[in-house]
Structure formats: structure tokens, C-alpha cells
Design a protein around this ligand. Structure first.
Ligand code: NDP
Length: 331
């Protein structure tokens, strides 16, 4: 194939603990030698992308680097023979956007076994409104719904206006659960109710009484993205036999808790990892996200930007100021 140039975000090290980011021209030879070349049509912004974009070495070890843990587009070439030219595929997680140049570029070249054929029921843009955040919400609901049925009671979703939170609110509400959404953005109560939250409460309300080892029970289950003291408070207020899923750390990676909720109330804490999720489960969850779990208000939760607009969106997600999902449209 003739050498082709394309547009991508490039994050560069500009001194000790100093990083710059710009949109620049790259060429296909800058991409790694993998089997599957994809013309990216849409990507999306996740919290992890922002960490990569500010030089977080826990996410990206080597710079210069193009972030973007999500990408959806068409197959240009597949040396593995698994996909045909023109096939529509989506890619989330594995090493994409971490140490492999990611979806904030118009082309990616990845191992073919990272790609998921676009499931029927989703177009490329919708698949990226969901993206890693929607997939993680799907994994959380998958684990939660295993033991907790809608009649069990209220399901709490923390970080509810964020990517994972907003998708989880919608999926749970669509599937008959009574969702209580926690947010720090009191001006977004209507947004959360439109997504399906039956009730919206403040972070302070979740934390009331959290200094005690156990709290009055309130939640049949919970989807947590915050970690830290909020996750501890959620677990302490979860009803007998309830389930809490844990996927994030926007509050803190720590968990200041004793074992009482587990040994006296049989509460389960279930970890969620979207990155190494086995392909069989990955395909099953994407099928559900394209069907019965397809959020009823995908468009309502989405805003769109171009590569050029990403800079300010990255700053906003780091401050917890993003509402819903940000889709990145390639030119
Ligand atoms: P977002 O930034 O889109 O959403 C996070 C939301 O959390 C914010 O919008 C805000 O919502 C709330 N929040 C932010 N800071 C705080 C705080 N200090 N205390 C309480 N609430 C806070 O991020 P994502 O939804 O994309 O990701 C959420 C978390 O999940 C991240 O830690 C991310 O790394 C992790 N994640 C993990 C995955 C996995 O595989 N385990 C996959 C995807 C994400 P509000 O104002 O409504 O309260």
C-alpha cells in the first residue's frame, strides 16, 4: 500500500513531568506492525484517555504517543485473513491507546483478535457513544443482574453523569430496575431523570453516617465508579445479600472498610475489568448492548467533537465536568 499520511493527536514529553499535545500529521509507517489496519471513523473520550494525554505512566509508558482506547471504523487490510476489506469493526481496550497508538488518530493498526465485528443494531457512531464506558457499564450490569433482580430494590449508580455512570443508569432503568443516581452536579438532575433515574441524590447524602462501621441499609445493589470513601459508604449501606460492582477510582483507589458488610450481611463486591475481558464475554455483552441493553437515550447522553476540539474536553473530564459521553468524529 502506498504510504499514506493521516491526522492524529500526539502527546509528547517536553521536559521532566511536562507533556504537550497537538494534532499533527502521521504516516502509516508510524503505526506498529500488526495485522489489522482500520480507518477510524469515530473514537470516544474516556477518563483513561485523559490520563494518557497528561503523561500518566501508569497508563502510557512511552511517549510520543497517540491516546484513544476506543475506535470504530472500516477494515482497510487484514493480513490474518479474519476480516475483509470494508468490514465494520469496533475496538475497545486491550492495549489500544495505552502503548499502542489509539483511536485519536484516523488510522490504527492492531492485532486482529482485538477487533469486534460491529454488532447488528448499532452503527459505528452509536458503538462509540457506548465505547469503553458503555461496555464497562454493560459488564457491570451483567455481573449485577446475575444475582439482583429488579424487585430486590433500589440500585445506586455513582458518578452518574459520567460515561460509565450515565450508560449504567440508562441500561438499568430500561431493564426495569429502580435507579438512584448520585451526582455532584445538581444542575443535571433533569438529565439523569431523562436517562431513567427514579431519584437523584447528592454525594453528601450517600456519605451521611459513613463514619460508622455499618450504615442503615438502603441499596439492593450498586454500580460504583468512584472508589474510596464513597465506595466504602455504598457497601456499608447495601442490604443483606446485595451486590456492588467496582470499576473505577475517580474518587480514590483506596477502600477504607472493615469486613462487617461481607460477613454480617453477605454483601458481594465484584470487580469489573474491561481491558482483559475474554472475547467470548466481550462478544456476548456487545450483543446485549446492541439489543435489549441498548441505552434508550444514547443520543441524549452524547456530545460530539473533532480531534481539534479534544484538548479542552480532556481538561474537562479530568475535572469531572463532562456530562455523558463524548464521541470523537474523524474528518
Ligand atoms: P467520567 O469522568 O466520564 O465520569 C466520572 C464521574 O464521576 C464524573 O462525571 C462525576 O460524576 C463523578 N466524580 C468525579 N470525581 C469525583 C469524586 N472525587 N467523587 C465522587 N464522584 C466523582 O469517567 P468514566 O465514566 O469514563 O470512568 C469512571 C471511572 O471508571 C474511572 O476511574 C475510569 O478509569 C474507570 N473505568 C474503569 C474501567 C475498567 O475496566 N475497570 C473501564 C472504564 C472506566 P457526577 O458529577 O455525576 O458525580
Amino acid at each position: 500500500m502506498a504510504e499514506q499520511s493521516f491526522k492524529a493527536m500526539l502527546v509528547e514529553e517536553a521536559g521532566e513531568k511536562k507533556y504537550t499535545r497537538r494534532i499533527t500529521t502521521r504516516s502509516l509507517s508510524d503505526l506498529p506492525e500488526n495485522d489489522l489496519l482500520i480507518r477510524v471513523r469515530y473514537s470516544s473520550l474516556n477518563y483513561k484517555d485523559a490520563l494518557s494525554a497528561i503523561g500518566n505512566k501508569g497508563v502510557t509508558r512511552k511517549f510520543p504517543h497517540t491516546p484513544g482506547i476506543d475506535a470504530a471504523g472500516e477494515v482497510v487490510e487484514d493480513k490474518s485473513g479474519r476480516f475483509s476489506k470494508g468490514d465494520q469493526v469496533l475496538v475497545t481496550s486491550y492495549d489500544l491507546g495505552m502503548n499502542t497508538p489509539g483511536g485519536f488518530g484516523e488510522y490504527i493498526r492492531i492485532p486482529a483478535d482485538w477487533a469486534v465485528p460491529l454488532p447488528e443494531g448499532l452503527d459505528l457512531r452509536q458503538s462509540m457513544i457506548l465505547g469503553t464506558a458503555g461496555f464497562t457499564a454493560g459488564l457491570s450490569v451483567h455481573k449485577l443482574a446475575h444475582g439482583i433482580k429488579p424487585e430486590a430494590g433500589d440500585i445506586l449508580v455513582t458518578g452518574a453523569t459520567g460515561g460509565v455512570g450515565s450508560m449504567a443508569v440508562d441500561i438499568l432503568a430500561k431493564n426495569g430496575y429502580r435507579v438512584v443516581a448520585v451526582t455532584g452536579k445538581q444542575n443535571e438532575v433533569d438529565f439523569l431523570k431523562r436517562l431513567g433515574a427514579a431519584e437523584v441524590i447528592s454525594r453528601e447524602e450517600v456519605m451521611e453516617g459513613a463514619d460508622k462501621p455499618m450504615m442503615k441499609t438502603r441499596w439492593a445493589g450498586a454500580v460504583d465508579v468512584v472508589g474510596g470513601e464513597m465506595l466504602a459508604a455504598v457497601i456499608k449501606a447495601t442490604k443483606y445479600g446485595g451486590t456492588v460492582t467496582c470499576c473505577g477510582l475517580v474518587g480514590s483507589p483506596d477502600l477504607p472498610l472493615n469486613v462487617f458488610p461481607f460477613i454480617l450481611r453477605g454483601v458481594s463486591l465484584l470487580g469489573i475489568d474491561s481491558v482483559e475481558c475474554p472475547m467470548e464475554r466481550r462478544l456476548a455483552v456487545w450483543e446485549k448492548l446492541a439489543g435489549p441493553w441498548k441505552p434508550a437515550h444514547l443520543e441524549e447522553a452524547a456530545s460530539e467533537c473533532t480531534l481539534e476540539d479534544l484538548d479542552e474536553k480532556i481538561d474537562a473530564i479530568l475535572k469531572g465536568e463532562i456530562k455523558g459521553r463524548t464521541v470523537v468524529r474523524m474528518s
